[in-house]
Design a protein around this ligand. Structure first.
Ligand SMILES: Nc1nc2c(c(=O)[nH]1)N=C([C@H](O)[C@H](O)COP(=O)(O)OP(=O)(O)OP(=O)(O)O)CN2
Length: 132
């Protein structure tokens, strides 16, 4: 399997509900380093999974909708904790929609999966992977 990964970041405000959380139950800021990885069984005629520049543009566009916002007010996250895992899935699903529309520059049938990893610090991260 071939994989290509691009990296970006986003800055958000949010609070997390539940006794499992401590101070993070209060509204606070978080900066996530976000990695998006697209995989394919084979490369295309140009020898790539998808173009890095194009994948970077789409990751940036997806994150632009979230960054500098209060995720507690986000309609897609209503009633749900914006945990690192849930945010990884949200970003992956949005990128998958773009892949399905051919916006990554390759037929989605030739792509295998997308994985998004959010690093909330240098010692903790969460990922979500889904088929394309
Ligand atoms: N699996 C996950 N665990 C935790 C997440 C997460 O997104 N996924 N997020 C957090 C918080 O955002 C943050 O990392 C720390 O929160 P908090 O629990 O309030 O802080 P502390 O660990 O310092 O406090 P405790 O009282 O020890 O919980 C946490 N976990």
């Amino acid at each position: 399997m071939f994989r290509v990964t691009v990296r970006d970041h986003m800055m958000v405000a949010h609070s997390l509900r539940g006794d499992v959380f401590g101070p993070a139950q209060r509204l606070h800021g978080a900066t996530y380093v976000v990695d998006a990885t697209v995989s394919a069984e084979d490369v295309d005629g140009a020898g790539i999974v998808v173009d890095i520049g194009r994948l970077s543009e789409h990751l940036h566009a997806v994150l632009a909708d979230l960054t500098y916002s209060n995720l507690d007010d986000h309609e897609e996250l209503a009633g749900r904790n914006s945990s690192t895992e849930v945010l990884a899935r949200l970003v992956a699903d949005r990128l998958a929609e773009r892949a399905a529309a051919g916006q990554l520059g390759r037929d989605v049938a030739d792509l295998a999966a997308i994985e998004v990893t959010l690093r909330e610090s240098h010692i903790a991260w969460a990922s979500y992977e889904r088929a394309l």
